[in-house]
Design a protein around this ligand. Structure first.
Ligand code: SF4
Ligand code: SF4
Length: 224
């Protein structure tokens, strides 16, 4: 028998098993009110992200052990039990305009694809938002995956509106990140938002944007 806690309630399951299997077992045999979200069961859809012992994991991939404490993701807003809202995090993609703005047909090599393929694998699980101390304090902060997605389009050879992408992430974006690395640590897809934000900061410098904490900032009209 394995004793665990889910959303502050105690449960006992017959053996160690995947967290998603345990949730289904409990719902079927012990507590029909237990509420959680899942879909693909194979780490692809990102819908079952929760926290175990304060660390973000996917329920379909995490194997439970004695004494584990399962909680909903932080910061993003609990709807019920383990179900959290993705609204604010998804809104940040729109606020950052983290989508193609003006793509042109140019020859793309395997090296060009390699540069952006990890960022393209984001499954929108929102684990990185849950782990981000800045997003916790300041909801206007664009947050890790919106900034990683901006990197993805800035590094895309076909995108012509690189400066516009940067303009969208200057305010409440790249300079607000403390580079703590929590987002990189929890990402189940191996995406490195912290590293992407560092690249964006360096690109911003090339376009003449200066970190406002270092003085005034603005564009001096520099171009790639
Ligand atoms: S590195 Fe930046 S974006 Fe990532 S969790 Fe820390 S503060 Fe948030
Ligand atoms: S960047 Fe990683 S942790 Fe953040 S939403 Fe995408 S897959 Fe999840």
């Amino acid at each position: 028998m394995v004793k665990i806690k889910i959303a502050k309630k105690s449960y006992t399951i017959p053996k160690e098993m995947l967290l998603l299997e345990a949730l289904e077992y409990i719902k079927q045999h012990q507590d029909r009110s237990l509420t959680y979200r899942h879909m693909c069961r194979s780490g692809v859809c990102g819908s079952c992200a929760v926290k175990v012992n304060s660390k973000e994991v996917l329920a379909c991939e995490y194997r439970l052990k004695e004494g584990d404490e399962v909680e909903p993701l932080s910061v993003v807003g609990v709807i019920r039990d383990l179900v959290t809202s993705k609204k604010e995090a998804l809104e940040s993609l729109k606020r950052a305009s983290a989508y193609p703005l003006k793509m042109e047909e140019v020859e793309v090599t395997q090296d060009d694809i390699t540069l952006i393929e990890t960022q393209s694998d984001c499954i929108l699980c929102t684990s990185c938002y849950s782990s981000c101390p800045v997003f916790e304090e300041k909801k206007e902060f664009l947050g890790p995956f919106a900034l990683s997605r901006t990197y993805r389009y800035l590094a895309d050879k076909r995108e012509q509106e690189k400066k516009t992408h940067l303009e969208k992430v200057i305010k409440n974006g790249i300079w607000d990140c403390t580079l703590c690395g929590n987002c990189t640590e929890v990402c189940p897809q191996g995406i490195d938002p912290k590293g992407d934000i560092l690249f964006l900061q360096s690109w911003a410098g090339r376009f003449g944007f200066i970190n406002p904490s270092l003085g005034s900032f603005g564009s001096f009209g520099l171009e790639f």
